[in-house]
Ligand binder design. Structure first.
Ligand code: SF4
Length: 342
């Protein structure tokens, strides 16, 4: 699925990226040929159910895939430069400075034996050398203030902080070197809803203040609606739809996107919990044709044979599904509802 051309400048291009995990019974196709661009100052949401490949995609972009995983193909271009095949020392210098990660369960990734100040210092000095020691205290205090933490946190150990505070320390570390791109992998999912809101607002504030581009990985569609500019929906290692956030929520085109949106509880009406019927295929042996065919309520014969290409059904909204076809005049039609143009 390839995106439409846009006038904005992409800082990151992901092309046909494949990340596989080797098992005795064959490769698990965790990420199987994803394509997207991330634009300057943009927040892109990457959503989908657990195990769909969101976090593996992040590891692929950061070149942090470790055995039994491997990058099986594709390209990752950061500001026009390919990251694939770069030696580890070069990648290390790019991480944090250009590409920073707020990892899943970030609050557990802090070193319990080191004070907050020393952990942030380590990141800065590792990349800027000893010259960074000058004024480093002021710099760290400013970082803590940026993420809404009081100065006393500087001298505290992680066990003295709440979950939300730890998470904000991780955000402070991620922005310490003014990265071009932040990848926030489920940055708020381990927190209760109130703290989740505070951390999400911190992320948004930081993003706006620094003008950084962000990939936000998660499955909380409500949070995504408030935080991101565009959403890419992943299913079983593939991006099945990508669209501006308003368009995806107002008119999701892919059947899986529709089911995801329908699963959001509503305060206005009580509705039964929508369940996606069917079973997911064996990720080592995907069926020919569409990846969603075993669970799709609209499956057709063609879906079992031909993989659907990405089709731009509306400017910026691209969907990989045979339900949509382009008429000779360039308009789009939904073949399941051929009476009305989409
Ligand atoms: Fe469903 Fe077919 Fe569309 Fe796949 S291509 S999502 S099986 S209608």
């Amino acid at each position: 699925m390839t995106e439409s051309k846009e006038a904005r400048h992409p800082v990151l291009k992901v092309r046909d990226l494949k990340v596989y995990y080797e098992t005795p019974k064959g490769d698990v196709l965790a990420v199987d040929g994803i394509n997207f661009d991330l634009y300057e100052g943009e927040t892109l949401g990457l959503v989908g159910e657990s195990g769909c490949g969101k976090s593996t995609a992040a590891m692929g972009i950061l070149q942090l895939v470790v055995p039994p995983g491997r990058i099986a193909g594709g390209e990752v271009l950061l500001e026009g430069h390919s990251l694939l095949g770069l030696p580890e020392n070069m990648l290390r210098s790019i991480r944090w400075i250009k590409l920073a990660l707020i990892p899943q369960g970030a609050m557990n990734s802090l070193n319990p034996t080191m004070k907050v100040c020393d952990q942030i210092k380590d990141v800065i000095i590792a990349h800027e050398g000893k010259r960074a020691r000058k004024d480093i205290r002021q710099r760290i205090l400013k970082l803590l203030a940026t993420v809404g933490l009081p100065g006393r946190v500087y001298d505290m150990y992680p066990h003295e902080l709440s979950g939300g505070m730890k998470q904000r320390v991780c955000i402070a570390m991620a922005i310490a070197l003014n990265p071009t791109i932040i990848i926030a992998d489920e940055a708020t999912s381990a927190l209760d809803v109130v703290v989740q809101r505070i951390v999400a607002q911190t992320l948004l504030k930081v993003k706006q203040a620094l003008g950084v581009s962000m990939i936000m990985i998660g499955h909380d569609m409500g949070l995504m609606a408030q935080m991101v500019d565009r959403i890419a929906v992943m299913y079983a290692g593939k991006i099945v739809e990508i669209a501006p956030v308003a368009d995806l929520f107002a008119n999701p085109r892919h059947p899986y996107s529709q089911l995801l949106i329908e699963s959001i509880p509503s305060l206005k009406e009580r509705k039964p919990l929508k369940i996606t019927e069917g079973i997911t295929h064996d990720p080592r042996n995907p069926p020919p044709g569409c990846i969603f065919q075993l669970r799709c309520p609209f499956v057709m014969d063609k879906c079992r044979v031909v993989a659907p290409p990405g089709l731009e059904v509306k400017p910026g909204q691209i969907v990989a599904c045979h339900l949509y076809q382009e008429n000779k005049d360039g308009s789009m039609v939904n073949v399941a509802n051929a009476a009305g143009n989409t």
